[in-house]
Design a protein around this ligand. Structure first.
Ligand code: DOR
Ligand code: ZN
Length: 346
């Protein structure tokens, strides 16, 4: 097979930041994807409908003229999120869920949730309105081993949320373990998961290959090879509960290459090609379109996109660095070659 054509995909988990960073990255995503779920972990976070709608306008303004890219906004849950905020957001055609960051779990999560019990009324309202809960699923207690945080979160928190709110639609974001694949596979229709291109392509060895590799540091951190293989099996299976969500998370070179570097991998420059690389390595494109372009839309209750994207088998080299304020941006797979290339219509 030398060419691929699929329904234009969506990115169900994306960080765009705010200006001046936003305008440096948003068109990378818009070139490949028709829609994306926009993460609300700005500083300060996107907490209200007004915040989300204002951020949406800034995203639209940063797009290249003529782009039909649609940002799907989310709210950031805090200990003080009000039921009224959820009811208003669920009535908005522009807001598609609320994100749970356990406090301290990752970048800009300090305002996140310290105690799930405080959100009972919020979850109840979300369940009632069918408003999707996106979860960063990692336990934050400092004694939990960094490689076990996802599994501990499943056992201690996710299982409880799903027990108490069985009808609440949940997306378990950026899963990294076989445990998460098994948990989602065993669940009913209200639970789905996104999988990033980097967790499909690297295991934890990549973080320490010949020295410390800050550009492979993200959260949740990459796990053992057996976990990566479980993710590939899930992504290529056609199971409707698994879909693409890049978690592309830009940080300037200087913020990554320092004594205490930020977590996040930038993949938006070639996300579609990186996912194609995964399916190529698995030697099975049967469910590529389902994973990229249909499963997520089905879960979010949105129509499939009208357009199509094309890829051709053509080896090319990812740039060593991309333009970005401060010190530039090092993309995932910088300087390495990929086997599939998106073909843009003239
Ligand atoms: O690696 C990550 N980077 N994981 C997250 O959960 C957040 C993200 C970011 O915003 O930089
Ligand atoms: Zn993220």
């Amino acid at each position: 097979m030398n060419s691929l054509s699929i329904i234009t995909p969506d990115d169900w988990h994306l960080h765009l930041r705010d200006n001046p960073y936003l305008e440096a990255v948003v068109n990378d995503t818009a070139r490949q994807f028709r829609r994306a779920i926009i993460m609300p972990n700005l500083d300060p976070p996107v907490r209200s409908c007004a915040d989300a709608l204002a951020y949406r306008e800034r995203i639209l303004a940063a797009l290249t003229a003529g782009s039909d890219f649609e940002p799907l906004m989310t709210l950031y849950l805090t200990d003080n999120t009000r039921v009224e905020d959820i009811v208003a957001a669920s009535a908005s055609p522009y807001i598609h869920g609320a994100k749970l960051y356990p406090a301290g779990a990752t970048t800009n999560s300090d305002a996140g949730v310290t105690d799930l019990a405080r959100l009972a009324r919020v979850f109840e309202a979300m369940q009632k309105h069918g408003f999707i809960l996106q979860i960063h699923g990692e336990a934050t207690a400092p004694e939990v081993d960094v490689f076990d945080r996802e599994k501990v979160f499943i056992d201690q928190s996710l299982a409880r949320i799903r027990h108490d709110f069985p009808e609440l639609p949940v997306v378990f974001e950026h899963i990294t373990t076989r445990d998460a694949v098994e948990y989602v596979s065993a669940a009913d229709g209200n639970l789905a998961a996104t999988i990033t291109p980097h967790h499909l392509l690297i295991n934890r060895n990549a973080i320490f290959q010949g020295g410390i590799r800050p550009h492979h540091y993200c959260l949740p951190i990459a796990k053992r090879e057996a976990h990566r293989q479980a993710l590939v099996t899930a992504a290529t299976s056609g199971d409707r509960r698994f879909f693409a969500g890049t978690d592309s998370a830009p940080h300037s070179r200087q913020a990554k290459e320092t004594a205490c570097g930020c977590a996040g991998i930038y993949s938006a420059h070639s996300a579609l090609e990186l996912y194609a690389e995964t399916f190529e390595l698995a030697d099975d494109f049967t469910h590529f379109e389902a994973f990229m372009s249909r499963n997520g839309a089905d879960f979010y209750g949105l129509p499939y996109n009208q357009g199509r994207v094309r890829l051709e088998r053509e080896s090319w080299t990812v740039p060593a660095s991309l333009p970005y304020p401060d010190t530039g941006l090092i993309p995932f797979k910088a300087g390495e070659s990929l086997r599939w290339k998106q073909i843009l219509d003239a």
